[in-house]
Design a protein around this ligand. Structure first.
Ligand code: EPU
Length: 430
């Protein structure tokens, strides 16, 4: 297993280009199954969640061709059995998107239930509710979710809780159902809009994605398409925070500034300069950083996927900051690691109280999950001395070429293999 060794204290300077969005691509790759001819996907990031998604398709019978430069041609017409066994599904929580897409295409699906999660409870009751509204019967047997429908029929689906995954699965299952589906209290994340745009370019009829009411008029068939994935707003936000934490000056390129609004607003609030251009943002710092309060919320609120990175930045700000995690009930697991680097954070339930300490000190730490791992990288870049981060396979799930990108910005970061530790633990959250 590899680790990162970071010699901290260098300002990040220069330009970084953001890759395709992980959370869009893990929905769009399974959605290719719905097409009756091949699709070409561009701007696919080289991250392990993508390799896993593509491998699931391949093992099920799809042809997957890497055309280079982040472009893949996928022909899923060879898939005949709508089954994703545990061996394939267990590597990635988002494999539950195969439920919606296989149900939409074949009228039935058997997919291994997603396993436990590092971030806390992650039930899929709302996904199953959406499938039943459309006329499917769902059961759980031997760890497999089994769904089938004689006919999927458009329906009214009201989510009791805003859910990104549930909204995506409802869209995937409804897109070829007979008649009109109306999803209410839908999630509004940019990757939901991206999925809808992708499906519409295949011939679907989806309106309102990006608002809390999504209307889907079912179509009989969908054809292959060429589609470029949107940039990853969480990767962008992570580099924005890294630039701020090292008091650097970085142009973050290939972004959609609108998707970054809640992150930009908080950075401005704590004293970071953010200049917006058409497809890039420049981050710089020339004064003190000051405390703030953050509460994570569904889009367009402050994203939970930026909470650990921001909390790290707030350790370096003056004053007492309050961070409330309102989406997941176990997303402060990185706090113990940050404390080892000199952070002063106390956690009570879903609330963290962060006393600004001005500086962090390098230490050996372990990445507990993807975004927490990114937060520890930021901490290491800003800290004095050397930080060694273990279990970086978590980080590789969602950040393409992170060490190369950081090195190009002047960071002193290297990857080191730890002999005799080749067996990987398997991540299950996404
Ligand atoms: N929830 C339910 N029932 C459900 C579904 C969700 O109670 O049927 C609850 C969850 O337990 C959670 C809340 O609703 O408390 C929100 O969960 P949501 O379904 O929105 O999250 P998700 O679809 O499981 C996606 C991202 C996460 C991101 C969240 C929130 C993907 C593949 N994953 O998860 O991404 O944190 O939305 O924005 O899109 C990450 O990228 O690091 C990551 C964890």
């Amino acid at each position: 297993m590899d680790k990162f060794i970071i010699k901290g204290g260098r300002r990040l300077m220069g330009e970084v280009t953001i890759s395709g969005a992980k959370n869009a691509v893990v929905a769009i790759i399974p959605a290719v199954i719905l097409a009756d001819s091949p699709c070409v996907l561009e701007n696919i990031p080289e991250i392990s969640d993508v390799s896993i998604s593509l491998r699931i398709l391949y093992e099920m019978g799809a042809k997957v061709e890497n055309l280079g430069g982040g472009t893949y041609r996928i022909d899923a017409t060879g898939i005949k059995e709508p089954v994703v066994p545990y061996e394939l599904a267990r590597h990635m929580r988002a494999s539950y998107y195969f439920l919606g897409t296989l149900l939409g295409k074949f009228g039935r699906a058997r997919v291994a239930m997603p396993g436990g999660c590092y971030l806390g409870d992650r039930p899929i009751d709302q996904h199953l509710k959406a499938f039943s509204c459309l006329g499917a019967e769902c059961s759980l047997e031997n760890g497999m979710v089994d769904i089938h429908a004689d006919m999927l029929t458009g329906a009214q689906i009201y989510f009791d809780k805003i859910t990104v995954g549930g909204t995506i699965n409802a869209i995937l299952a409804a897109v070829r159902a007979v008649g009109m589906t109306v999803i209410e209290n839908a999630a509004k994340e940019p990757h939901i809009v991206d999925l809808a745009n992708f499906l519409n370019s295949m011939g679907a009829n989806i309106m309102g994605a990006g608002t809390d009411v999504i209307k889907i008029r079912g179509v009989r068939s969908l054809k292959g398409t060429n589609y470029a994935i949107i940039p990853d707003q969480i990767e962008a936000g992570t580099y924005m925070v890294a630039a701020a934490a090292t008091r650097g000056n970085v142009l973050v390129k290939n972004v959609i500034p609108k998707h970054l609004e809640s992150i930009t607003a908080k950075l401005l609030k704590i004293g970071v300069n953010v200049e917006e251009f058409d497809e890039s943002v420049r981050i710089s710092v020339d004064g003190p950083l000051v405390k703030t309060s953050i509460k994570t919320m569904p889009h367009p609120g402050f994203p939970t996927d930026m909470q650990p990175q921001f909390s790290t930045l707030l350790c370096l700000a003056e004053g007492t900051s309050i961070v409330t995690e309102d989406i997941f009930n176990n997303r402060f697991r990185y706090v113990d690691e940050l404390r080892r680097m000199g952070a002063d954070i106390s956690v009570e339930g879903r609330v963290a109280v962060i006393e600004g300490v001005g500086r962090l000190m390098g230490a050996p730490v372990t990445a507990p999950d993807l975004r927490a791992g990114a937060a520890l990288v930021i901490a290491g870049l800003a800290a004095t001395g050397i930080t060694e981060i273990d279990d970086i396979y978590h980080i590789e799930r969602g950040y393409e070429n992170i060490e190369q990108k950081l090195r190009a910005l002047g960071a002193d970061i290297e990857r080191r293999s730890v002999p005799g530790t080749t067996a990987r633990k398997r991540p299950v959250q996404a």
